[in-house]
Design a protein around this ligand. Structure first.
Ligand code: NDP
Ligand code: GDR
Length: 346
């Protein structure tokens, strides 16, 4: 029997890799996408086949995590065996600008989807994209038993979603799990997260298209892994015999400065000559250090990442250099955006 999966956030970094993984495993994949005036499916266009094609196994449905009735209808129609809730307003700094919207989608959105699964009466396993941001101010190393102390509206919303997931497991016997994932990146990472912002800038500086990149706090410590390995961990959590919560992380310890240095080294440039400070990139409250202990996932699921942060920086820089050589600067960079927020403002 063909297994069916529903992925919210399928147009994002993780959603695109997860869709690829599940299609390769023979799943029929259904993705929730938001109606937008411009195309927002760039990361999954290579997977899409005309739905009239008898071999099509990827289907996209309009919807939004703020629309609970739509979620009930969709889950009822699709009858998925597995539901992956990856959709969220996922940018920590932006969550300080849009705290209510972040709470509504990143927090309440998870509750709406859990309730949709319950109300539709389907026998589906549920994955919640929980985050190391929930640990916030609690010092590393962090694992599944580390207390939460979120430092942003995003982190607080993720804590709500985490507990909603556990509650549906306890109250309704739903196979619902939290993957508590530490930062994971890739060439498909959103352009305003610090790794991609840096590797994209490195490629442009090396090509002579810009000279400097402005950054905020270089002292923050993160444990950056490689996204394709992390979506494999999500899938394994839903194949386990019993529902449980798992940390996925590399255990590595890199400052933002270390990542910047590794990225500039890859093209033979000195980062000190190209990085400038801008306080606009600081957060009202910062998460100083996140270093994960994924021992439980290794023991129970056999999950162990291979790509460390130094290798990740090389992968991302090489991809941005190649993409620039292939396509030239994107249209956003060429248009005069006076008075409008630029990508670089985030
Ligand atoms: P992205 O920001 O790349 O993708 C977010 C996705 O959510 C996009 O598909 C976006 O759609 C969709 N989305 C946003 N708001 C809504 C909404 N209201 N209704 C429906 N869809 C919506 O995130 P990542 O792929 O990096 O992360 C996936 C999940 O994992 C997120 O929940 C994130 O918070 C969480 N996470 C990520 C980590 C990481 O390091 N990447 C670490 C830990 C947790 P659109 O394309 O239209 O904007
Ligand atoms: P994070 O990722 O907040 O950890 O959340 P981000 O890349 O935005 O920031 C990492 C660290 O870098 C510092 N920083 C900057 N960050 C950005 N975006 N832009 C800058 O110019 C800049 N300069 C320094 C930040 O202060 C921070 O300390 C990511 C998201 O994917 C979340 O959805 C996810 O839950 C967590 O990772 C785990």
């Amino acid at each position: 029997m063909t297994r069916r999966a529903l992925i919210t956030g399928i147009t994002g970094q993780d959603g695109s890799y997860l869709a690829e993984l599940l299609l390769a495993k023979g799943y029929e994949v259904h993705g929730l996408i938001r109606r937008s005036s411009t195309f927002n499916t760039r990361r999954i266009d290579h997977l899409y086949r005309d739905p009239h094609d008898p071999d099509a196994r990827l289907f996209l449905h309009f919807g939004d995590l703020s629309d609970g009735a739509r979620l009930v209808t969709l889950v009822h129609e699709i009858e998925p065996h597995e539901v992956y809730n990856l959709a969220a307003q996922s940018h920590v700094r932006v969550s300080f600008d849009e705290p209510e919207h972040t709470g509504d989608t990143t927090g309440m959105g998870a509750m709406r989807l859990l309730e949709a699964v319950r109300m539709a009466g389907v026998d589906a396993r549920y994955y919640q994209a929980s985050s190391s941001e929930m640990f916030g101010a609690t010092p590393p190393p962090q694992d599944e038993s580390t207390p939460f102390h979120p430092r942003s509206p995003y982190g607080a919303a993720k804590v709500y979603a985490y507990w909603a997931t556990r509650n549906y497991r306890e109250a309704y016997d739903l196979f619902a799990v939290n993957g508590i994932l530490f930062n994971h990146e890739s060439p498909r990472r959103g352009e305003t997260f610090v790794t991609r912002k840096v590797t994209r800038a490195v490629a442009r500086i090396a090509a002579g298209l810009q000279d400097v990149v402005y950054l905020g706090n270089l002292d923050a410590i993160r444990d950056w892994g490689y996204a394709p390995e992390y979506v494999e961990g999500m899938w394994r959590m839903l194949q386990a015999d019993a529902p449980d919560d798992y940390v996925l992380a590399t255990g590595g310890r890199f400052t933002v400065r270390d990542f910047v240095e590794a990225a500039f080294d890859q093209v033979g440039l000195h980062w000190q000559e190209h990085v400038k400070y801008d306080e606009r990139y600081l957060r009202p409250s910062e998460v100083d250090a996140l270093i994960g202990d994924a021992g439980k996932a290794e023991r129970d699921l056999g999950w162990k990442p291979v790509v460390d942060t130094a290798a990740l920086a090389r992968i991302m820089v090489d991809a941005d250099v190649a993409s620039l050589a292939h396509s030239g600067p994107g249209w956003v960079d060429q248009v005069e955006l006076d008075g409008w927020p630029r990508l670089e403002d985030l």
